[in-house]
Design a protein. Structure first.
Length: 148
């Protein structure tokens, strides 16, 4: 299977969702376990799934970054949720939003690309209603950052 940055983001969202459901003490150990599970999905993908090289590092940078700054990210997300609580969101939506905000703050990926990728991830893992809230929150975050 040939992987892309999109696939690396999918892996990151899967890891972040798992970490949200079962909080992590050691991010490196957690990610190693997640990669091991991914490698066991050969049948589903018709061959070995290998996350290596730049894409593995790309996913790990995002997972470690998000896990290392959850409070900061959650504070930003909560500030842009209109009449909604962060923990009323679905686990997938939280993971996608955290990843999106982290990328806006800590990567060189342009905000429109971050938003588009996040919408696609929310739609893929959750559904059409999820992409609406992901788009709204990330758009507000991007506008706030641009205004600063």
């Amino acid at each position: 299977m040939t992987a892309t940055r999109r696939q690396a983001r999918e892996w990151a969202v899967q890891m972040l969702t798992a970490a949200d459901l079962n909080p992590v003490d050691d991010a490196a150990l957690f990610m190693a376990s997640q990669w091991e599970q991914l490698g066991s999905l050969e049948e589903e993908f018709g061959g070995p799934v290998k996350a290596k090289g730049g894409l593995k590092a790309f996913a790990e940078e995002r997972v470690a970054g998000v896990l290392g700054s959850l409070r900061e990210l959650d504070k930003i997300i909560a500030a842009h949720l209109d009449n909604w609580d962060l923990y009323r969101l679905g686990t997938v939506e939280r993971a996608v939003l955290r990843l999106g905000v982290w990328e806006m703050l800590h990567s060189d990926v342009p905000a429109p690309v971050v938003i588009n990728e996040a919408i696609d991830l929310a739609n893929w893992f959750s559904g059409a209603r999820s992409r609406t809230i992901v788009n709204a929150v990330l758009d507000k975050v991007a506008k706030t950052r641009k205004a600063q």
